[in-house]
Design a protein around this ligand. Structure first.
Ligand SMILES: Cc1cc2nc3c(=O)[nH]c(=O)nc-3n(C[C@H](O)[C@H](O)[C@H](O)COP(=O)(O)OP(=O)(O)OC[C@H]3O[C@@H](n4cnc5c(N)ncnc54)[C@H](O)[C@@H]3O)c2cc1C
Length: 463
């Protein structure tokens, strides 16, 4: 591996600009930070490829010229996963193209395609990805590099478990067509690999057939173990298409906080569960049938919708956040996959300690354990619970928020939780990665050495 000092110079940048299908943008500012808003990296240029050949040529030159690269889509991650420390950011969004293979229930697409673009093609033909994220503007390549969580995770796990095959340019510049049968060591490394092993240029993703309409029941719970128990029951029901759980804080004034005699705002926590079932008109099933075994407090709302429109249900929330200026503030997001039994035990305690300044609407979602790539670390057991604190923090309150989050992070990790690698990871060191990868740590390192022998793929997160 070569030194981290950049060897990029004018002459190399000019030569890169001559690669067919590659444009070099000398204004690197847009790639120097990410949605987390807490890190600023040193970016020398942004490379904008539109073909796999151009990417292979760029990576080959990086190996010869000893400069660093990191792929990026929209930079929605939050710990510098897509920020180079000193090198070139590769904007993967030029890798387009969508082709549906209805006979096999598969879609082939470019790594830079967004979920919104994909669903606009597959939805009208009666297909959806098995799993898609709530934010449809994420790129498919970037999402699969983290994992890909959505409201069908109780049936299909993470989106990376739906990948049939991919075309990847590895860190050594080799173009590889990879699947579970052909060069599997490449596929299992890039899925969940946060850009460290290769660039996902094209993907074949499994689809699920959809029914045109969707009914959603909005349930209120006053007890978390009851909601978690119902999530477990529902995750085994074939009719249950989408499942999403949240926290909801009901403010109860200001109280004295134990010995320290501080006064703190406090809340009674409630929980919301949204359960959706797809149907063809005329075959709707009533709540009295579907909800009869569940232990909720109140059925708040029943909603019928189009199955395709439901996919973009969070657009209005994201627009509202942008309108309130929340998009520009720091986002130290914390997502963690917990073993189900530990979630039952620990989450009620953690939630009762959460400062209200971290906001509300924390997610509590089931994730079933389906076969997944080797380095996508997920808890053992048939079901995990994803706990996500997705806060927007004003810069003046950042230090105290990070302290609270660090404490929660520690409790979750000690309980066997595995962090989702797109969030705020508290500037990890070698011990953190050793703990995260556990028995796979040595294999993870050795795979990096074999697929990226010169260490050209380097981000701020993993320098
Ligand atoms: C508002 C918001 C909502 C979100 N909702 C969800 C959600 O519902 N579910 C969910 O799972 N996640 C969600 N995320 C997190 C998201 O999955 C990650 O941020 C993910 O990284 C995708 O973002 P991106 O496409 O912008 O990729 P980037 O953030 O640009 O990149 C992420 C990582 O992938 C690498 N990368 C990017 N493209 C490629 C490629 N083609 N090949 C190889 N490596 C690549 C980068 O180097 C980096 O390490 C959300 C994030 C935000 C900000």
């Amino acid at each position: 591996m070569f030194s981290s000092e950049s060897k990029l110079n004018e002459s190399i940048l000019n030569r890169l600009n001559e690669i067919e299908g590659l444009q070099i943008d000398r204004n690197p500012d847009p790639a120097s930070t990410d949605f987390g808003g807490m890190i600023r990296g040193r970016v020398q240029a942004i490379a904008k490829p539109t073909s796999i050949d151009a990417i292979a040529a760029l990576v080959t030159m990086a190996n010869q010229g000893h400069f660093a690269l990191i792929p990026r889509a929209c930079g929605w991650s939050q710990s510098g996963q897509s920020i180079p420390q000193d090198g070139i950011s590769i904007d993967m969004r030029g890798l387009k193209g969508i082709k549906i293979d209805g006979d096999r229930g598969i879609v082939h697409c470019g790594g830079g395609v967004s979920w919104r673009e994909l669903i606009a093609e597959t939805g009208p033909q009666g297909w959806m990805p098995e799993v898609h994220p709530f934010n449809l503007d994420l790129s498919i390549g970037g999402t699969l590099s983290a994992g890909g969580m959505g409201s069908t995770g109780h049936r299909y796990g993470m989106a990376l478990s739906s990948v049939e095959s991919a075309i990847v340019v590895t860190g050594s510049g080799e173009r590889v067509e990879t699947s579970a049968k052909v060069r599997p060591e490449v596929l299992e490394a890039v899925l969940g690999g946060v850009g460290q092993f290769g660039l996902i240029c094209a993907i074949a993703l499994r689809l699920r057939p959809i029914l045109p309409r969707l009914r959603t029941w909005f349930l209120l719970y006053d007890d978390l173990p009851k909601m978690l128990a119902d999530e477990r029951i529902l995750s085994l029901q074939p009719w249950c298409t989408h499942l999403e759980g949240y926290t909801s804080a009901a403010f109860q004034g200001v109280k004295l906080n134990g010995d320290r005699q501080e006064r703190i705002p406090f809340a009674r926590w409630f929980y919301g569960l949204q359960i959706s079932e797809e149907y063809t008109p005329g075959s709707e099933v009533e709540a009295s049938t579907r909800l009869k075994e569940l232990n909720y407090r109140e059925l708040l709302h029943v909603q019928d919708d189009e199955a395709i429109a439901h996919a973009s249900r969070y657009d209005s929330r994201f627009e509202m956040m942008k309108g309130m200026g929340l998009w520009e503030q720091p986002h130290p997001w914390l997502e963690c996959l917990l073993p189900y039994e530990k979630a039952m035990e620990l989450l009620p305690q953690i939630i009762s300690q959460l400062p209200l300044s971290l906001g509300d609407g924390h997610r509590i979602m089931p994730l079933t354990n389906v076969p997944h790539p080797r380095f996508s670390m997920q808890p053992d057991g048939d079901l995990a619970i994803v706990f996500a604190i997705l806060s927007t923090i004003h810069p003046t309150a950042l230090n105290s928020a990070l302290k609270s989050l660090q404490n929660i992070h520690q409790q979750l990790i000690e309980a066997g939780g595995k962090r989702y690698l797109s969030g705020w990871l508290f500037e990890p060191n070698e011990a953190t990665w050793r703990q995260h990868y556990g028995i796979e740590y040595e294999a993870w390192q050795s795979r990096k050495r074999s697929l990226d022998p010169n260490g050209v793929l380097r981000s701020y997160l993993l320098p």
